[in-house]
Write a protein that binds this ligand. Structure first.
Ligand SMILES: Nc1ncnc2c1ncn2[C@@H]1O[C@H](COP(=O)(O)OP(=O)(O)OP(=O)(O)O)[C@@H](O)[C@H]1O
Ligand SMILES: C[C@@](O)(CCOP(=O)(O)OP(=O)(O)O)CC(=O)O
Length: 386
């Protein structure tokens, strides 16, 4: 039997955003956040890990390239998993002393605002937990890699509790409902740009924490109320309520980014155009059918129910013509529906390629171990691609 462990882990897109830390080293947030975990069959990180007595050093390969293992976030995750394993006495002292090799790949662009760090660290920490046979919840360890990663440790809809303990022991993720609760919930990710962003989330939220008055108001008054309300909406499958809170929270997060000094601008003209289009679509539909949300970048994530997907895909194709129509919609198969004249008239077609491509996905499960032997490390514990 192989001693290599391989795990795939999902991305998650928040509907109540995490933005601002109360402790930068422990990655403790100022507020609770809520997200949906997205299907690993469409977007995922895949990570293989292995610990052997003859490895000379800890090593990590990310997307085919050897990277430094010195990153404090990586070191913190490995250290905490080993401490947990030692406390649980799950492996021998000798095993804990061994060096590890890690090889990871994302099947979508890295560091492009598509939550690669969330999937990446959830995957790494889950794989290490299996390697060291850790049984307890590891969301607080994934949090040390990237805050939002703690939510990718679970499937379905997930809440990250900010917690109040200075040492962060209560800053953990819990599942609100699993992925079978609201299977009709789909997501369309409209990729406006997939290059590295100008201001990282870490830096952007540091500036906001130091300078934004609006962030203080958001943390104290808006997020607590919205968190409770959206959890109710999720439990009751109340889409219009869910969508309204999602859109308001995205708008407020970007208002906080603009209220920072110097301001952080993540949305582009195309992003704002999408916001306007969704509001027009909802008005023309007579009720709220689609929600948008934007992370620290220009890409839109639209949440909508399955029934609505054919119409919305037709609308996107009509408004955003592509020079590569055959590869414009990726992910889950989606039918198209002829748009009614009323919906056709809400927006004229724009110039070609404002949106690069669209990923159609849905709410899915948390990290899973891959047992078919398709490891990223070979028998020598080195990347198969080397
Ligand atoms: N599969 C992975 N395994 C380990 N680390 C990863 C993996 N994927 C990404 N990362 C880490 O996350 C970093 C990218 O995080 P960053 O926050 O810049 O981008 P993002 O996650 O795509 O965007 P955002 O967090 O705003 O959605 C990478 O440079 C790398 O350090
Ligand atoms: C806008 C967000 O996507 C911010 C994500 O920030 P990160 O989790 O990437 O930040 P660090 O904890 O500094 O690594 C909102 C969210 O996912 O809740």
């Amino acid at each position: 039997m192989s001693d290599i462990i391989t795990v795939i882990a999902p991305v998650n897109i928040a509907v109540i955003k995490y933005w601002g830390k109360r402790d930068e080293d422990l990655i403790l947030p100022l507020n609770d956040s809520v997200s949906a975990t997205l299907d690993t069959s469409i977007m995922c990180a895949k990570t293989s890990v292995c610990a052997r007595a003859d490895f000379k050093e800890n090593a990590i390969w990310l997307n085919g390239k050897k990277e430094s293992f010195d990153s404090p976030r990586l070191q913190n995750c490995l250290r905490e998993i080993k401490l947990r394993a030692a406390a649980e006495k799950s492996v021998s002292e000798d095993f804990l002393q061994r060096k590890v090799h890690v090889c990871s790949e994302n099947n979508f662009p890295t560091a492009a605002g598509l939550a690669s760090s969330a999937a990446g660290y959830a995957c790494l920490v889950t794989a290490l937990a299996k390697l060291y046979k850790v049984k307890s919840d590891v969301s607080s360890i994934a949090r040390l890699g990237s805050g939002s990663a703690c939510r990718s440790v679970y499937g379905g809809f997930v809440r990250w509790h900010a917690g109040i303990n200075p040492n962060g022991t209560d800053s953990v993720a819990t599942q609100i409902v699993d992925s079978t609760h609201w299977p009709e919930m789909h997501a369309l990710i409209l990729v406006v740009g997939d290059t590295k962003k100008k201001t990282s989330s870490t830096v952007g939220m540091r500036i906001a924490t130091q300078t934004s008055e609006l962030l203080k108001h958001r943390v104290k008054y808006c997020v607590p109320e919205r968190t409770e309300a959206i959890i109710q909406a999720i439990k009751q499958k109340d889409f219009p309520k869910f969508a309204e809170i999602t859109m308001k929270d995205s708008n407020q997060f970007h208002a906080v980014a603009l209220d920072s000094y110097p301001p952080c601008v993540y949305m582009t003209d195309v992003s704002h155009f999408i916001v306007d289009l969704i509001h027009k679509y909802n008005t023309a539909s007579g009720s709220v059918k689609v929600a948008y949300t934007f992370d620290a970048g220009p890409n839109a994530c639209l949440y909508l129910l399955n029934d609505e997907v054919p119409k919305v895909i037709s609308l996107i194709k009509h408004v955003f013509p592509s020079s590569k129509p055959e590869s414009f919609i990726t992910g889950l198969n989606s039918e198209e529906e002829v748009l009614s004249p009323a919906l056709m008239s809400i927006c004229e077609p724009q110039v070609q390629d404002l949106i690069k491509y669209v990923i159609h996905t849905k709410v899915g499960e948390g990290p899973t171990e891959i047992t078919d032997g398709s490891h990223l490390l070979n028998e020598a514990g080195l990347p198969k691609t080397e």
